[in-house]
Design a protein around this ligand. Structure first.
Ligand code: 13P
Length: 257
């Protein structure tokens, strides 16, 4: 099966409404390579407008940055997966390390969120990745495997076909220092192998594994050329149309049939 390239923008908790509009409009006119799909993940309050605004651009899809682990009910301040689906949102980022760190999201919560997303026809973008001390102790494979074991590997084969994974080493997020291409390829290969051991190599080959952590125009081409990298999840560099579009263009380097 031919894989396309996904370049996703995680705007995190940035941008006023007018800035978000301008950025989305500028990204909408940057011409991606034919096989590239763009995903924009704005804050909740802009989601509906962003869905409407990008509707005439079939290569652009909208993602939430989070959803509730509960289906619906008396959970003040939460946003349910069915609500996201009902406004035309197609994706939702689940288990970002910032959610885990600042909002106490455990693997158990991340798993529940992933189920709510799947039940509501949203594609989860499931994040995993190790902190610096774990990397320094050379325990990163075990750490990420454990995260996947508690979340992804509970899914059955059918559920797994529509999941995007994002490997984001925490020490590379927002630091300006991306993991090296060797480190990235090694972990992506390890993740794909682990999926293959659980579900078979055909499913593992279909799985999208994005890299996130200080992706910028200067390193995008080499990262996106890696064998087991299917795209990027971009934070800081997605807040400027110029740098994000340069990364989108760099996805031409990714050509795997
Ligand atoms: P940066 O690109 O700013 O390192 O952020 C990566 C990230 O967390 C994307 O989800």
């Amino acid at each position: 099966m031919k894989r396309y390239t996904i370049i996703a923008a995680n705007w995190k908790m940035h941008l006023r409404a007018d800035e978000a509009r301008q950025l989305a409009d500028a990204i909408a006119v940057c011409r991606p390579p034919e096989h590239t799909r763009i995903i924009l993940a704005p804050p909740f309050v802009y989601l509906y407008e962003m869905v409407q605004r990008t509707a005439s651009h079939p290569h652009i899809h909208i993602s939430a940055q989070n959803c509730s682990q509960f289906s619906q009910g008396a959970y003040t301040g939460e946003v349910a997966a069915f609500m996201l689906q009902s406004i035309g949102c197609k994706y939702v980022i689940i288990g970002h390390s910032e959610r885990r760190k600042y909002f106490g999201e455990t693997d158990a919560i991340v798993y529940e969120k992933m189920l709510r997303a799947i039940e509501n026809d949203l594609t989860p973008i499931l994040c995993c990745g190790e902190p610096l001390d774990v990397r320094q102790q050379n325990q990163h494979r075990e750490y990420v495997f454990h995260q996947l074991q508690n979340t992804l590997f509970h899914l059955d084969e059918r559920q797994l076909t529509d999941i995007i994974l994002a490997y984001e080493p925490i020490w590379a997020i927002g630091t300006g220092i991306a993991a090296s291409t060797e480190q990235i390829q090694e972990m992506h290969h390890f993740i794909r192998q682990s999926i293959a051991e659980h579900y078979g190599s055909a499913i593992a080959q279909q799985c999208y594994i994005l890299y996130g952590g200080s992706v910028k125009p200067q390193n995008a081409t080499e990262i996106l050329s890696l064998e087991d990298v299917d795209g990027a999840l971009v934070g800081g560099a997605s807040l400027q149309a110029d740098s994000f579009c340069a990364i989108v263009r760099a996805s031409a380097a990714h050509r795997k049939d």
